[in-house]
Design a protein around this ligand. Sequence first.
Ligand SMILES: [Zn+2]
Ligand SMILES: [Zn+2]
Length: 610
Amino acid sequence: MSQISAKKSRDLGSVKIPSLLLLLPLLLCGLQAQTHYEIDLSEAPSGWLLITAETTCTGEQCDFQMPVWSATYQVRDFAKFIQEFRASGASKQPLDVRKVNPSRWRIRTQPGQPIKVRYRILADRPGPFGAYADAEHVCLNLAQVLAYPVENRDGPFTLRFRNTPRTWKTVLALPSQHGRYHAPSYERLIDTPAHLSDFDETEFSHAGHTVRVVAHPRGGDFNLRLVTQTAKKVVSVATAMMDDIPFDSYTFVYHFSDIAGGGMEYRNGTSIWGPGKCSDCPMSSLTAHEFFHLWNVKRIRPQSLEPIDFTQPNITPSLWFAEGITSTYGQYIQLRAGLSSEAEFIGRIGRLITRYQARPASATQSAEESSIDAWLERYPAYGRNDRSISYYMKGQVLGYLLDLTIRHATLNRRGLDDVMQALNQEYARKGRVYEDTDAIERISSRVAGRDLAPEFRKLVRTAEPIDWDHYLGLAGYRLDIAERARLGAGLTLSNPPGLGVVVSGIEPGGPGEQAGFRRGDRVYRVNRRRITSGANEVEKRLTRGTSRKVAVAIERDGAPLTLELQPREVIEKVYQIVELESPTKLQLKVRRGWLEGRTEMALDGALTSH
Ligand SMILES: [Zn+2]
Ligand SMILES: [Zn+2]
């Protein structure tokens, strides 16, 4: 964003005086008017929110836009939830409203007159990416409920909730005064978890910065002390590693419920959904991943995601880094915080490689391509294992391989942490956006002290097979491949956002095909039990150590249907990381540095400059 404003002021600087006079009205328009929202919760128990927005436009027409996407890289057309959109003028007279496209309304007005827009919106999507309201709880992805005045998008915004039940509290990671929340732009306004209920909460301080931990529902089946301990460890390890605490206050909002799962990152907070029965869940994995987003993607931002275009996708080749490397760091943070053991860490990488190798698309789709194609994920055809890989999965793998490469090249004097710190110092803290893979390659090469272009070509820009033994060998490991018999359903299952578990691939002649499954079938019960998490849960339940038939309830073309599946034994390849028998001193040095998250630089760093 700051690059764009810098360019604007340079352009203006070269304009000669007479034309500057002509530009004066335009410059005045540049000061965008304030917009105030009210979200009325009086109908929240039945899932409805009543929204009003007050603003002023400079021309005779004033456009309101509903984002077609936010945060998750999927077009979700939030306008589908809106009805009864109306506008009125200063003396409450109705104004003419015309629909321009499914997500945009055009209001006829008089220049400079205040206008008030009101509409109803259905909030029936629970989960970290949705908007949900009921009698106990209102939980909002604000981009899903707030239409914005196009010409004032970068002006100041305020927000207030009305008719909040008396026992409820509100959490928004935004400054507030007398119940009014403030943000300098629409983008900032929606960049916060928004949660209202009678929740449990606690708070701790880290080096003078406040961290708030909120958990819903009050008295639910979770252990707030355990979750808070996790948050403390994660905050302490991650901020030390980045040598940066870029917030005054940060809020973790946890929900424990069987209706949704996952996590969503915001600028100064996160919304995390765990299972309903969670009395001994530390919530380490989601907590570490979402907290690392504080830097990677929220502040260390690729140029392809800026400025955000709420009317169509921002196509980006960098999700392998923004999401995948965040997953790498999710694992590093857990390991370094003592939330997982070295054996667990190594075991998880083996399972990650097993899943990666099991997808034929690993040989055809590069990390950059899977980032660009993210927007296709809602189509079951795209989820086939011979069509696509996940940028989370491949990016996470690449994080480990790049780290090992840098550590080996520098005799463990530098590592991936130095790349993250450099991106933070040179881009995030200066308000700049990075030049996608080119910037990561340039900084990684500088940190490694040699040109990593060949590695970036192989690992990031193309889909060349990964030479596992080469990369793992840098730390004195190798890959062990075993074959294992297990029961299989012959189905590829995927989790397109908002669609539940969907059949995306069918093995020819396999049990799934014989049971009559079709691509696009939505699975919602296995042996009469509802599916509460994702594709992995279904996979397990279909093939749980029994050769008996399984009844699978699906939805096809909107109609329910039950299919009988007879799982069959299949042979699968299982990959495991094992230690080399006689590793060299350097290999051991790289291994210890990698597992302990340290470099020799930390010991003699003062002697060498960056
Ligand atoms: Zn919530
Ligand atoms: Zn993420």
